[in-house]
Design a protein around this ligand. Structure first.
Ligand SMILES: [Zn+2]
Length: 202
């Protein structure tokens, strides 16, 4: 890392000159005390571990049955994708698109980007496009809102409880687990370190 870096405070716009920050430490704004960045121990290993676990959960959440409805002796299995399709068929294309983006596309792009950025970093090589990918990751993060979708599912389940017997599938549990795992991956990611490494390689 260079001797001193200039960092603009997000809270008060003060320009801060920051020297070396030890691992586990954090840099704060000299004017308002706002957090500028945090140096996280074993950031790349930890984030990569959470990301790979997240990818497994994501695949299970998308490929296996999400919910089964038992009504009058008939069992209907649903997956995340069939849920999106049935929203579309019910004449709610906007909701279907939002669910598709926030619960399937955004988390997938997030997981794949993290794997493509961190695996080469871990193994000690780089490829062109990683900077653009990391920038995309920042944009996509705001669209990843699985917890909102989860809340929606809970509300609909409560409404459906009287009408049908609902059996949660393994995908539902994976989805529930994926939310904290993805949050942990984001929390372990040391953005400062990643930008520093990306800058050095380019
Ligand atoms: Zn400040």
């Amino acid at each position: 890392m260079s001797d001193a870096t200039l960092i603009l405070c997000h809270d008060c716009d003060q320009m801060n000159r920051i020297g070396e920050v030890p691992l586990g430490g954090s840099a704060r704004c000299s004017r308002c005390g706002g957090l500028l960045f945090r140096r996280i121990r074993n950031s790349i290993d930890r984030t990569l571990a959470f990301t790979l676990a997240g990818m497994v959960l994501f695949l299970v959440a998308n490929l296996l049955p999400f919910l089964a409805f038992k009504m009058q002796g008939q069992v209907t299995d649903t997956t995340l994708a069939t849920g999106v399709r049935s929203l579309y068929e019910q004449g709610r294309p906007l909701v279907a698109t939002l669910v598709l983006i926030t619960t399937i596309v955004a988390p997938f792009v997030q997981l794949v980007s993290l794997i493509l950025i961190l695996t080469p970093m871990k193994l000690g090589f780089a490829f062109p496009g990683q900077v653009a990918l990391f920038r995309t990751l920042h944009k996509v993060e705001t669209w990843s809102m699985m917890e909102v979708f989860m809340l929606g599912i809970l509300v609909s389940l409560v409404k459906l409880l009287g009408m049908a017997e609902i059996v949660p599938g393994i995908a539902l549990w994976s989805f529930v687990l994926l939310i904290p795992v993805l949050a942990a991956a984001n929390a372990s990611l040391d953005h400062h370190l990643v930008w520093d490494r990306l800058g050095r390689n380019s």
